[in-house]
Design a protein around this ligand. Structure first.
Ligand SMILES: Nc1ncnc2c1ncn2[C@@H]1O[C@H](COP(=O)(O)OP(=O)(O)OP(=O)(O)O)[C@@H](O)[C@H]1O
Length: 264
């Protein structure tokens, strides 16, 4: 029988990435990524467009098979023991593709039943989640008719219904209004407060700085800095550190003079 017990070196980490790489047409989208996300942390993953955040998170959660390297979730190898890893994971993937011909309530119910949960527990949690995320009125509406923010929220509810211990969220606040964002932050705060781990990617440095206790900066498919937010920002702001590392462009829109001169 295969032994799926966690190797001791991964026991303390919620997520451990070891040498994860993915190449497209010979170019690295993620290049030898090593990262330990401590259990109970609120971990931000930041980086410029195309840096490899989605690729890394997809490999870490079993959505994309790496060319090399391993990913463990609470000690369970995502590829060798997918059931063990995925039981503990809630995922909000990039560019969420959902069964849009279901209503919001049906989608959350489907996610719960797929996890093998008893129907009465699914029902109760579905009601709680719809209320907590402000979707109660839209429960009977087709997801196809949801706005982008509502879609994000129903996808988050579907990721939460089985009470995972690790949440991996790709751009959870994108397209979400400020009231809903605050609402989601409170839910995530409570989740981390009870010992859960949140990993989120975001382009909003201010949000990461205010919300997360740890952060990793990804540039060109590699982790350039990782640790507590205070360590990584090193006395400045996270945005300054990010821009310095990403090599901030200062061409001031040169080459777009035509945009500034009107012929009328
Ligand atoms: N399926 C694919 N086929 C080919 N190239 C890909 C594929 N997926 C990603 N890439 C490339 O890999 C690199 C990393 O992409 P990725 O989506 O991981 O970046 P990201 O940091 O999430 O970007 P963003 O912040 O814009 O969402 C990019 O250069 C992208 O073009």
């Amino acid at each position: 029988m295969t032994d799926h017990s966690p190797p001791p070196e991964y026991a303390q980490a919620a997520v451990s990435l070891r040498g994860l790489s993915k190449f497209y047409s010979g170019k690295p989208a993620a290049n030898n990524v090593w990262l330990d996300v401590p259990a109970g942390s609120y971990y931000g993953l930041v980086g410029p467009n195309g840096a490899g955040k989605t690729t890394t998170l997809s490999m870490a959660t079993g959505l994309l098979r790496p060319d090399s390297g391993t990913a463990h979730v609470l000690g369970h190898d995502v590829w060798a023991d997918p059931v063990g890893a995925k039981r503990r994971l809630g995922i909000l993937p990039d560019g969420v593709r959902l069964f849009e011909r279901l209503t919001g309530a049906q989608l959350i119910t489907y996610a719960g039943l797929l996890r093998g949960m008893p129907p009465d527990v699914v029902d109760a949690r579905c009601t709680d989640l719809l209320r907590a995320l402000g979707l109660k009125e839209a429960a009977g509406k087709l997801v196809a008719d949801y706005s982008a923010g509502m879609t994000k929220k129903v996808a988050l509810a579907s990721a939460l219904v089985h009470a995972p211990r690790v949440l991996v969220l790709d751009e959870p606040f994108e397209a979400v209004d400020p009231v809903s964002a605050k609402n989601i932050r409170q839910i995530l705060d409570g989740f981390v407060g009870s010992g859960g781990t949140v990993i989120l990617s975001s382009h909003v440095m201010d949000l990461v700085e205010r919300t997360c206790d740890h952060v990793a900066i990804v540039i060109d498919g590699t982790i350039q800095a990782a640790g507590t937010v205070d360590d990584v920002r090193a006395g400045g702001t996270l945005e300054d550190r990010f821009v310095a590392m990403a090599g901030g462009r200062s061409d001031n829109g040169e080459g777009l003079q035509w945009l500034r001169t009107s012929s009328d």
